[in-house]
Design a protein around this ligand. Structure first.
Ligand SMILES: [Zn+2]
Length: 392
């Protein structure tokens, strides 16, 4: 199978890597941050603004789109790209994480998961094959296998059985993808490129147990996916456990494939993950925290609701080149947030996304220049969380 990932360089003092991933809708430079477009929209931000922020890829949530508006509607509009007006790459998750965190009355069997959705209680069934079919209909560039994400804490025996089930489900997803890929090549005969196929990523599970993480990684690598994700992290475990889960799987993942640490984290955590060999990230923090007035800066978070900013004429962050910082003061943005003006949350959202995307761009440059490790250490030392980040 053609490898769509090119490793352009790596850091001498850590496992940080600089890479490039080709997809049907464009190229992604790694390390990369993917803004989260939960319900077919990155909350408060238009596709044009995402382009201006230099977002190269966004994430869509299969579960949310499946429940509402439903697959028939998205198919009617010709797939998720057309429906939401975004022509860049899209990664969709399999729906597994939300089924296990949001849906009610789940019943897991070898075959798949029965659940009632959290919107209207409607019943649905998703198997590994159905998860792949849904993502094919969405038309995403990168699809994820269906996995079971175990909660934290989780007992060893349950995590072990769950890891084995996830590996069997991954094999079934792989079989669907291989069949689709063969069909596609037959259709594409005579055309220059076959990069239009969907890339499929496997997901390493195994809870907080080193041997289970290793076994999960090894089982997935045998199936030869286009990339590998570390799942079941940032589910409420202490930060050291999160780092360990990645460290115990990483040595068993092939160097020439992209690695994606799912659903995390704060800016220092992203740099720590890059230093541990991770290439791709998605996180709701920049958009979610913006909605309660919290802005990310290199020196930590600012809660712009605080009275101390009422007369502050400085931008959110002096060194920031984003639209919100070039044009507006902290005092004005604080007023907008207090008055519940939509512009306030939009400006903070755009600043926060700029801040995350810019951090990845800086990380890429530092890796190229051989200075990533010093950059990481300095950034982590400088970053202090002024306001505790509320985790839901
Ligand atoms: Zn800014």
């Amino acid at each position: 199978m053609q490898n769509n990932f090119e490793l352009l360089g790596s850091d001498q003092h850590s496992k940080a890597r600089r890479g490039r991933l080709r997809t049907a809708h464009g190229v992604i430079d790694t390390p990369a941050f993917m803004p989260v477009g939960t319900q077919g929209s990155v909350k408060g931000v238009s596709p044009r603004e995402l382009r201006e922020l230099n977002a190269q890829i966004i994430l869509g949530n299969t579960y949310h789109l499946f429940v509402r508006p439903g697959l028939d509607v998205i198919k009617h509009f010709g797939g998720l790209h057309n429906f939401m007006g975004w022509d860049g790459p899209i990664l969709t998750d399999s729906g597994g994480y939300q089924i296990f965190s949001l849906a009610k009355l789940r019943k897991i069997s070898e075959e798949g998961v029965d659940f009632q959705n959290h919107i209207d209680g409607g019943r649905a069934f998703i198997s590994p094959e159905i998860a792949m079919e849904i993502q094919a209909a969405l038309g995403s560039d990168i699809v994820m296998v269906l996995d079971e994400c175990v909660p934290y804490p989780c007992e060893y025996d349950y995590a072990a059985r769950s890891g084995e089930l996830t590996a069997r489900w991954a094999k079934r997803c792989r079989a669907v993808a291989s069949a689709a890929s063969v069909d596609f090549r037959a259709d594409a005969l005579g055309t220059a490129h076959t990069t239009a196929r969907q890339l499929v990523f496997g997901i390493v599970q195994g809870g907080t147990f080193d041997d289970l993480r290793r076994a999960s990684a090894q089982a997935l690598v045998q199936l030869e996916f286009d990339g590998y994700a570390i799942g079941g992290v940032s589910v409420g475990e202490p930060e050291e456990e999160m780092m360990r889960a990645v460290q115990s799987a990483e040595p068993f993942l092939p160097k020439q494939k992209p690695r994606y640490a799912m659903g995390l984290g704060t800016p220092p955590q992203l740099l720590q993950m890059i230093a541990r060999g991770m290439d791709m990230f998605d996180c709701v923090l920049p958009t979610r925290l913006a909605r309660n007035g919290t802005a990310f800066t290199a020196a930590g978070t600012l809660n712009l609701k605080n009275a101390e900013f009422a007369l502050d004429k400085r931008p959110i962050e002096e060194s920031c080149a984003c639209h919100a910082c070039r044009q507006f003061t902290r005092g004005y943005i604080r007023h907008l947030i207090k008055a519940e003006e939509i512009l306030g949350l939009r400006l903070i959202t755009m600043h926060n996304l700029h801040s995350y995307l810019n951090l990845m761009s800086q990380a890429r440059t530092e890796i190229e220049n051989g200075t990533f490790d010093q950059f990481r250490k300095a950034f982590v030392a400088e970053y202090k969380t002024r306001d505790a980040i509320p985790i839901e």
